[in-house]
Design a protein around this ligand. Structure first.
Ligand SMILES: [Zn+2]
Length: 387
């Protein structure tokens, strides 16, 4: 969503109902203060290359908008001297994330410090745009009654196939652009509808911006395999919102065919659907692990192949993007815990740099997908003009 950029010297709108309209530089200054949990004016000026006069005006504007407060004199490691610090008021606005699964919608509200302050779950029968819209409408009203001041909303789910939904029912089937625009007009706040892997990527990237982490690749492993990418601090969604579809890259020279007819693709080698389908009698990934542990060589060999395939895919991403970090999530923790050497061998088989890459493994539950959606709303709202 784009807004007209206010005049450079005009004071921002006071914090009314929604997020105040700020000049991009003022927004950038605010973001630095927020990410660092407090900065002196000279530290903000140094980070953004601003003059002292300009920074004084920006500090005044941010205080007038109620977004920052004086934090008192604090010793600063950047200069070794004490300085007056500006701190962001993190309880002023909230961001709502809704994660869509067939049968259930989960909502989370976070504050500006990225802390969860509110959550709801609702079982649903049918899943369509009117159900999603009416849940969002009810939750926005409830959040308001609970004292939240919602500045943006993000609705997330798999764009390829909503969890538990039939083949072909992705996020845009239940939150199409026309509905999203209508909700935005009706609710009076920006509304984003994006792939949940993109949301998870925003959630992981946002807190790291203060540390100078400019790039990230996130690989979500499960029944499907999704990729979230950040480069130069921008979340890459692609010209047609189809970036990150890398699940059918070739990772093995043999292997069985995937439903699309590829031999040795990542999906066919490593997705849980393919792995479970290849182990006779197994119905879940946990059962495949149990069999492997009990000495079933076929189950073990299948998991080794899955871990290696994930490694090869990670290696290709490292070669292509050279990100600060790769994060593996979803089913990755169990797979990588059990078969770390096979994963690493997969990475090494294609990764051409000599230094070992920075790879992190994290666990998310269903609730955290909604939290990630809220994180996406925060990220998108606060970087809408800056990035
Ligand atoms: Zn394939």
């Amino acid at each position: 969503m784009t807004q007209p950029i206010p005049d450079d010297h005009a004071p921002p709108d006071p914090a009314g109902e929604g997020w105040p309209r700020l000049h991009p530089t003022t927004q950038a200054a605010y973001n630095r203060i927020l990410w660092n949990r407090g900065l002196s004016k000279s530290e903000v000026a140094a980070k953004l290359g601003l003059s002292r006069t300009r920074m004084t005006a920006i500090g005044r504007d941010l205080q007038a908008a109620g977004l920052v407060a004086e934090g008192g004199r604090q010793q600063r490691s950047s200069t070794g001297r004490p300085a007056d610090v500006l701190v962001a008021r993190t309880d002023l606005f909230h961001f709502l994330g809704v994660h869509i699964r067939a049968g259930e919608l989960v909502a989370v509200g976070i504050d500006l410090a990225n802390e969860v302050v509110w959550e709801r779950r609702r079982r649903i029968g049918d899943l369509d745009a009117s159900v999603v819209g009416s849940c969002c409408r009810a939750w926005l009203a409830e959040a308001g009654t609970s004292g939240l001041r919602v500045a943006a909303l993000a609705v997330c789910g798999s764009t390829e196939r909503i969890d538990g939904a039939p083949e072909g029912v992705g996020l845009y089937a239940v939150a199409p652009d026309a509905a999203r625009s209508a909700w935005q007009r009706e609710f009076g706040v920006p509304v984003w509808a994006e792939d949940d892997v993109v949301a998870l990527t925003a959630f992981e990237q946002w807190p790291r911006l203060a540390e100078g982490q400019d790039s990230l690749a996130l690989i979500s492993h499960g029944r499907e395999i999704g990729f979230g990418l950040v480069a130069d601090r921008k979340i890459i969604v692609g010209a047609h919102r189809r970036a990150g579809r890398f699940a059918h890259v070739r990772v093995a020279s043999d292997g069985t065919s995937c439903p699309r007819g590829h031999r040795g693709c990542l999906w066919g080698e490593s997705s849980w659907e393919a792995v479970v389908g290849d182990v006779p009698g197994a119905r879940t990934p946990a059962e495949v692990f149990d069999r492997a542990e009990a000495g079933d060589r076929r189950a073990r060999a299948r998991l080794v192949r899955a871990a290696r395939g994930m490694g090869v895919a990670a290696g290709h991403i490292l070669n292509l993007l050279d990100p600060d970090k790769v994060i593996l999530t979803g089913g990755s923790p169990s797979l990588l815990d059990a078969y770390p050497e096979d994963f690493e061998e997969g990475v090494r088989s294609v990764h051409t740099a000599e230094e070992p890459p920075l790879i992190e493994v994290t666990v998310f539950d269903t609730f955290e997908w909604a939290r990630a959606a809220a994180g996406l709303a925060l990220y998108r709202r606060l970087t809408a003009s800056e990035l």
